[in-house]
Design a protein around this ligand. Structure first.
Ligand code: VL7
Length: 134
């Protein structure tokens, strides 16, 4: 792929974050704390191999995967569910499907105007996050 997601990214926008957490059954107190977070991503890309580190003062979440290879993801420290995850290229977008208890769950990443965009989707809710290069 000609796209390179590598780098350290700082959140500049987070739309429908509370709705997304609600649909994942995150409790009120945790949602209020999570709503205050400045989330950062550290992304390492080597061909089709990726490591995403999502970091905040409340929780960190690490995910490594290879495009096209299904794996079992445990969303440890988040909603603590187990999903069957596959990430694919759709053009220059990285599109993830997380099959499990929650319908229509997944995410999509792309680069636009030098910023990292992320849509987190679950059961009809779409949370939109934007990150600038640190
Ligand atoms: C991961 C969180 C709400 C619990 C704490 C919030 C801590 C920081 O899947 C994700 O990223 C992908 C794509 O970049 C790579 O793994 C997003 C955050 C979803 C859902 C759960 C609220 C408590 C946020 C870790």
């Amino acid at each position: 792929s000609p796209v390179d997601f590598s780098g350290t990214w700082e959140m500049v926008a987070n739309d429908k974050w509370d709705d997304y957490m609600k649909v994942l059954d995150i409790d009120f107190a945790t949602r209020k704390l999570a709503g205050l977070l400045k989330i950062r991503k550290e992304v390492k890309q080597d061909g089709d191999s990726f490591t995403f580190k999502t970091m905040s003062s409340l929780r960190n979440y690490d995910l490594s995967f290879t495009v096209g290879v299904e794996f079992t993801e445990h969303t440890k420290g988040l909603d603590n569910r187990t999903v069957q995850t596959t990430v694919r290229w759709e053009g220059e977008r990285l599109v993830c499907e997380q099959k499990g208890e929650k319908p229509g769950r997944g995410w999509s990443h792309w680069i636009q105007d030098g910023q990292l965009h992320l849509e987190l989707t679950c059961d009809g809710v779409v949370c939109k996050q934007v990150f600038k290069k640190a």
